[in-house]
Design a protein around this ligand. Structure first.
Ligand code: C5P
Length: 218
């Protein structure tokens, strides 16, 4: 009989631009996991709101969300700083969170058969979306390091931003994400803290891989 690989679920929470997405992507590729950047869902809703203006209400969004798929999250317009800020405002709405809950659950627990599991990152993944994850990580970095990384990313995308404006918006988003009453960003007791401030992408990848390989033997 063929040796079936164990289905693994990885949950990552982190503040903006701490490097969670980069880690999640490389780890997902390595272990053949479905990767979902849940922040993109809130960003897509924010973009929809800005684009549709007067038409935007809960009923309208409910219809739109029915067509939500991974492809729709690849839109480059989702990456701007303004959309990130708007997303963090929208993400405080409990009804909007409920609306996108099942999409995240499906990705985490029922990814297409070709995958060996799932890896989701966001703000409430370790305690709300995938509380029984096999691996939980809380990824952080100093706000200055995060602002520098985000600034360089946005520059690459030819966005007209300054380092100080990016730092300001990261701090604003932290304040909102950590302190909101609905699904705040927090480190659960069973999450492993990864501080990426002084780590290269490669070092982050190997640090996490070592933790995973110690527990699972492929
Ligand atoms: O991760 P990203 O910076 O793209 O997320 C944008 C915003 O979406 C966050 O600042 C946060 O307020 C919200 N978000 C959330 N829950 C998640 C993922 C993102 O509230 N699981």
């Amino acid at each position: 009989m063929k040796n079936k690989k164990k289905f693994i679920k990885i949950a990552i929470d982190s503040p903006a631009a701490a490097g969670a997405g980069t880690i999640a992507k490389s780890i997902s590729k390595h272990y053949n996991l479905l990767y979902l950047d849940t922040g993109k869902i809130y960003r897509l809703i924010a973009l929809t709101k800005l684009k549709t203006k007067n038409k935007f209400n809960f009923k309208f969004l409910k219809k739109k969300i029915k067509h939500l798929n991974l492809k729709s999250l690849e839109n480059k317009d989702l990456l701007s700083d303004e959309i990130g800020t708007e997303a963090s405002i929208i993400a405080k709405d409990i009804n909007i969170r409920k609306l996108v809950h099942s999409f995240q659950i499906n990705c985490a627990y029922k990814p297409p058969k070709k995958f060996n599991g799932s890896c989701l990152d966001g703000r409430d993944i370790t305690y709300k979306i995938v509380p029984d994850a096999d691996f939980k990580f809380f990824v952080i970095a100093s706000s200055k390091v995060r602002a520098k990384r985000r600034f360089l990313e946005l520059k690459k995308l030819k966005k007209n931003v300054s380092y100080s404006s990016v730092l300001k918006s990261i701090k604003k988003r932290d304040k909102s994400d950590y302190n909101r009453s609905i699904s705040p960003l927090k480190k659960t007791k069973d999450s492993i803290l990864i501080n990426t401030s002084n780590l290269s992408k490669r070092a982050c990848f190997f640090k996490i891989k070592k933790i995973i390989d110690r527990k699972i033997k492929y």
